[in-house]
Design a protein around this ligand. Sequence first.
Ligand code: TXA
Ligand code: MG
Length: 351
Amino acid sequence: MNTKLWAVDKGDPIKYSYPQIMEAASLLKENEVVAFPTETVYGLGANALSDQAVLKIFEAKGRPSDNPLIVHISKMEQLTELVDNVNVPESAHQLMNAFWPGPLTLVLPKKEGVSQYVTAGLETLAIRMPDHAVARALIETSGLPLAAPSANLSGKPSPTTAQHVEEDLIHRIAGIVDGGATGVGLESTVVDCTTETPMILRPGGVTKEELERVVGNVDVDPALFSQEELHKPKSPGMKYTHYAPIAPVYLVEGSASFMEQTIKEARLKGRKVGVLATEETIGQIQTTEIIAISCGTQKDLATVASQLYDGLRAFNATEVDVIFSETFPRTGVGAAIMNRLEKAAGHKFIK
Ligand code: TXA
Ligand code: MG
């Protein structure tokens, strides 16, 4: 398949890139699959009301069919055609008012009409309103709610640039709308609002602390803390190994000098070592002949979130045979960063 590429203005795409947006929207209306930027990561969009369109997403990504998709909307009126409004709890409305548009996905009781493949047979539907002008322009111009998982091949780190999408999906999808690098860099927070107390199923761009300021107590799916199969995650996607580069990743917990010692031991065994760390840590490492990739600064974990996936992917263009990653405090956005790193590492720690 020939994949079309459109570079668009991310500030005001309707004003400055209308022909490109129109062309991408037409393909979506023809039930084709098109990748587009959101404020979190690039999404792989298709008409959420069409089985045929949604099945193409699963095919292009190689995604297991039991993993449901998030539906993206651009205005509140679209909600009523997708969810059973009568049963949407007050807490969900409070969260929408506080965080939409933004990196928050709400799991709500679904209404008939949405493709069964979107929800993977569940009675609930995950929905969010992205805070990105290009995503919203596409939804509005196509007039469709767009089902969109992250636009990576299943198992790879999510794409934060159009080039990442190309790496994974060129010739597999109808088009890619290039609106530059995304902002947050990690996927949205997924919150189940069908339970008495809202429950975080996937940590992300909106933190637990921020959610609690709006709705009081928020639970966290216990499956997020365990690596055992004992706890079955309520968000089916969380059970798969994700976000992983080709070389194995180890999480090195400790000071910069402990990182250095870990690197030295691996070098003695003849390993080609890659290091994913903040500029502070990299600045303290003396060992040469390693490939060090910076993922922002300890002073602002938002920089780490936004650079994490690009860093993980960058090792695939190198010959390293092991990757050591710095670890981060699990508060605020650190919870989402550590969740993704643990998955990329398959929970392998060096302490
Ligand atoms: O930031 C994001 O959320 C990005 C952008 C493109 O919007 N999308 C994204 O989609 O990360 P995806 O498919 O990679 O992850 C969706 C997650 C999966 O873990 C999936 O299992 C969960 O949401 N999910 C979807 N529908 C659900 C439902 N009805 N109940 C529970 N979990 C659900
Ligand atoms: Mg994904």
